[in-house]
Design a protein around this ligand. Structure first.
Ligand code: HT7
Ligand code: ZN
Length: 876
């Protein structure tokens, strides 16, 4: 397969000013007629170039130039293009194609879901609808006419504003839509179906009324209140924080149950995976509610960062995605507990991006090449991309960041821009030199930082020496130093913040100070100190780095005292990591090991600290996860990590049993349901206590509590927390409780996804056999991405113990599923395959077993580009 390179970017030879699309939707297919109003690009280097349009899986049935049918000698068609020669400077091209949405299982282009028509055009889906210059730097005005059966498809939607609906007689009707904003083809959308709308409105700061509509299948409309609230909150937040006002008169969201990703920001017509728009107390957890809120915000925020200013090419994807993730994270921080939001975001980065950055598919946030662009919607482009924007925000401060955004919009509104354009705007508006900072865009890998300190008592001077290095990644053996924001606090012996005064400066106020680390090694001297301070390093996770282990007494002190909540949590996690890894080493050496009693006592003190937020306590008292621990080991000890972590959890539960029970009761709120930060925090803390108590196998009271909550709780958060305990308990009640849950929720697909995921993440022996059996369950299908992910990715990403079973059975199972999906849904197949590529830090037996499955995949006939790229890079 061909590799596409950033270095090969060329301006388009032609421009498209207007696109008039007409869709005739039928049960046996669809006819698409497209009129393209085009001209040669005055900036092209080849004024005689032929027109090469992209198109795949299309049947061309008509082509006319300026109204005249085109002779066969003027054009050629191959599997991926329609080429037209001898074109004038300005012209219209009429193209008719036949497509088969009902047969389209790839979920790219026009396809059907639950009997309704919908589209997914990012990144290159539009070429599956009609021949087009399917690249993001071609911006055109669209009109869309849809004709369909009126009874089957009463709702006909596209981008922009509705201009006309007509009953055509004979049971058919027509709707016409017009989008006044020029847009790239990846933002095109069409929906036709039997849907119901929940309607609301939003008045913008300039006084315009915007109609808001959320469309779902009948019955699901009762679950969109939260999404609608989130939408209105996002609209208000974007006006207040960024000055961005919505531009059309109508904003629509459509929920579809077959969708490869979370949601899509099509202009004026967002299309959402049902999992990210529907939420009710009975069917969704608090985590689901928060994800709905953040994804609704994310897609809405794209209207400015992505749609009004789009990407010049797909290598610039992080321009819209990293920036928009940063924006949605900040929005969620304002809507919920800010420290817990940061903890959640960093956990996610470490869980999914750090392993990617240290593995075979590591790439910079602006990649330099790809085979299949769908493979580059990655945690690096999204989550690390957001950290890069956050670092700019941290370095220049919120006011100058806002000036930078204003300048970026003033310069590039209505254009297809680059990451370089964004950084230049930030640099120009802030007056800060970001030359070195730009390396974050081109260099892959997670920097590692070692810090040494020293104290000069006579001079009252404290010094920190920082060393940064980034390991080799594929194609980048040698790394350069990065510009790293270093947020620092210095604490006195009582845990109070001291002024962070660089030698020679006047005293600043006490608190966090942001310094710049720009060299491979750099020393910072701090004056005006009466005694050696305790440093709180990289507060708020001011950069996506790995910090070398710090002394335990320092971590214990920060865990008890740091005024920066993120670093307080972090100190506990780092301390626990050191202790648990010591346990893993001891187990391997056949030695006894017990969790440090002082650490258990520190958790006990946190549990009922009235000064702390409940949600924060829940986070701070949880031990680091198995995957995080694995990521800290040179050679991963799969069983050792699981055994030691479970032993440590049991030690906490045993020692703190009565306090945990008291915390459980104090936070067991039976008042009216809401998803305020306070209510969510109480449920999180109650269920954190339950997850410890549930480990006490011989404790009848604890077990009864778990069973009662599993059977009788009123919220999905509570039910699932109890089921998660039972998932790992081999007790007679387990099977019945799971069956009852299935019976109750069998008509709610999103809840049944949870049922599959729950069983796929069990630590009990025989889990892989249970998963194999579940693939034969009548409710299981690989064709629905949510269902496939619920069973398969939950095993591969959420159950290290069984996925990495020493006999390699987990790997073989995953490879089977990848091959089964390869043809039908290559994008999904490639995504679920990724964990098989993480063999580098496993023992030789597991390495060989993982490689054997990659070889098996690579040897399969008719491998899709998507699967080939991930498998080949993973095997290299
Ligand atoms: N911008 C959207 C990306 C997306 C996507 C990409 C490839 C194939 C299917 C897809 N569905 C959505 C989502 C977002 O980041 O907002
Ligand atoms: Zn996005």
């Amino acid at each position: 397969p061909r590799t596409i390179r950033l270095a090969d970017y060329r301006l388009p030879d032609f421009l498209i000013d207007a696109v008039d699309l007409a869709f005739d939707l039928r049960e046996d297919g669809a006819t698409v007629t497209s009129r393209l109003t085009m001209r040669r690009n005055p900036a092209t280097s080849d004024p005689a170039a032929p027109l090469v349009l992209d198109g795949q899986d299309l049947k061309l049935t008509g082509i006319a130039l300026d109204g005249e049918a085109l002779g066969a000698n003027r054009y050629t068609v191959d599997a991926e293009h329609l080429t037209v020669t001898d074109l004038p400077g300005v012209f219209t091209l009429d193209i008719t194609t036949e497509i088969a949405p009902q047969q389209n299982t790839t979920m790219q282009g026009l396809y059907t879901s639950g009997g309704n028509f919908c589209t997914q055009c990012e990144a290159e889906g539009f070429r599956h609808i009609t021949y087009y210059l399917d690249r993001p730097d071609i911006l055109a005005r669209y009109t869309t006419t849809i004709v369909a059966d009126k009874a089957k498809y009463p709702v006909l939607l596209s981008n922009g504003n509705p201009v006309e609906t007509t009953d055509l007689g004979g049971g058919r009707h027509r709707a016409k839509w017009e989008d006044p904003f020029p847009k790239p083809s990846y933002l095109f959308a069409l929906v036709a179906g039997d849907l119901v709308a929940v309607e609301d409105s939003f008045t913008t700061r300039s006084g315009r009324d915007i109609a808001l509509k959320i469309f779902t299948r009948r019955g699901d409309h009762t679950k969109v209140d939260h999404a609608m609230r989130a939408l209105k909150a996002s609209m208000a937040w974007d006006e207040q924080v960024y000055g961005f006002e919505y531009d059309l008169d109508l904003f629509m969201i459509v929920a579809v149950s077959d969708f490869n990703m979370g949601a899509m920001e099509n202009k004026g017509l967002n299309i959402f995976n049902t999992a990210l728009v529907l939420a009710s107390r009975e069917t969704a957890t608090d985590g689901d509610f928060q994800r709905v809120e953040s994804v609704v915000a994310h897609e809405y925020f794209h209207n400015w960062t992505g749609n009004r200013i789009t990407c010049r090419d797909w290598f610039q994807l992080s321009l819209k995605e990293g920036l928009t993730v940063f924006r949605d994270q900040e929005f969620s921080g304002d809507m919920n507990s800010r420290p817990v939001q940061r903890i959640t975001d960093v956990r996610r980065l470490r869980a999914i991006q750090f392993p990617e950055d240290g593995g075979p598919i590591a790439h910079p946030i602006r990649p330099e090449s790809y085979i299949e662009i769908n493979n580059f919607y990655t945690p690096t482009v999204y989550e690390k991309g957001a950290e890069v924007i956050r670092m700019i925000h941290t370095l220049i401060g919120p006011e100058r960041y806002r000036k930078g955004m204003d300048l970026y919009v003033a310069r590039h509104d209505g254009q297809a821009a680059t990451c370089e354009n964004f950084v230049a705007a930030m640099e120009d508006a802030s007056g800060t030199d970001l030359k070195l900072f730009r390396r974050w865009y081109s260099q892959a890998g997670t920097p590692e930082i070692v810090v040494e300190d020293s104290w000069d008592d006579a001079a009252g001077r404290y010094s920190l020496t920082l060393r940064q290095s980034t390991g080799p990644t594929p194609g980048q053996p040698d790394k350069q130093p990065l510009h790293i924001p270093f947020a620092l606090g210095l604490l006195d012996a009582q845990g109070r913040d001291l002024p962070v005064r660089l030698a020679g400066e006047a005293a600043p106020a006490a608190g966090t100070r942001v310094l710049s680390l720009t060299a491979a090694e750099q020393r910072f001297d701090f004056d005006g100190l009466a005694a050696r301070p305790v440093p709180s390093l990289f507060r708020g996770f001011s950069a996506p780095i790995k910090l070398a282990p710090q002394p335990r007494d320092r971590l214990a002190f920060l865990f008890a005292h740091d005024s920066d909540p993120f670093n307080r949590w972090e100190a506990g996690q780092q301390l626990a990591t050191q202790l648990l890894l010591e346990g893993v080493a001891a187990r391997k050496a056949g030695q006894d090991w017990r969790l440090d009693a002082e650490f258990v006592a520190a958790i006990g003190r946190l549990l009922d600290d009235p000064a702390l937020d409940a949600a924060f306590i829940a986070e701070a008292t949880a031990l680091p996860g198995e995957s995080f621990l694995a990521d800290q080991m040179r050679v991963i000890d799969v069983e050792g990590i699981h055994a030691v972590r479970e032993a440590a959890r049991l030690a906490v539960a045993t020692a703190l049993r009565d306090r945990l029970l008291a915390v459980y009761r104090a936070n067991d709120d039976h008042g009216p349901f809401d998803v305020s930060a306070a209510a969510v925090g109480k449920r999180a803390l109650k269920n954190a206590a339950l997850s410890y108590l549930g480990l006490l196998r011989d404790d009848a009271e604890a077990t009864a509590l778990v069973l009662a909550q599993a059977r009788g709780a009123q919220t999905m958060t509570d039910v699932l927390a109890a089921l998660t305990v039972l998932r790992d308990r081999d007790i007679p009640e387990r099977a019945q409780v799971l069956q009852d849950f299935y019976d109750r929720w069998q008509d709610e697909p999103l809840v049944i996804d949870k049922w599959f995921a729950l069983q796929a993440t069990s630590s009990l022996p025989g889990t892989l056999d249970a998963i194999r059996a579940l693939t034969r369950h009548p409710a299981f299908t690989l064709r629905n991405p949510n269902r496939a992910r619920a069973l398969i990715s939950s095993l591969a990403m959420g159950n290290p113990l069984h996925f990495h079973a020493a006999d390699g059975a987990g790997y073989a199972f995953l490879a089977d599923q990848v091959l089964a999906l390869n043809a039908a849904n290559p994008q999904l197949a490639a995504r679920i395959l990724v964990p098989l590529g993480r063999w580098q830090r496993h023992d030789p037996g597991r390495q060989a077993a993982m490689q054997a499955q990659l070889d098996r995949i690579l040897a399969a006939p008719d491998l899709s580009r998507d699967v080939y790229e991930i498998a080949a890079k993973s095997r290299a």
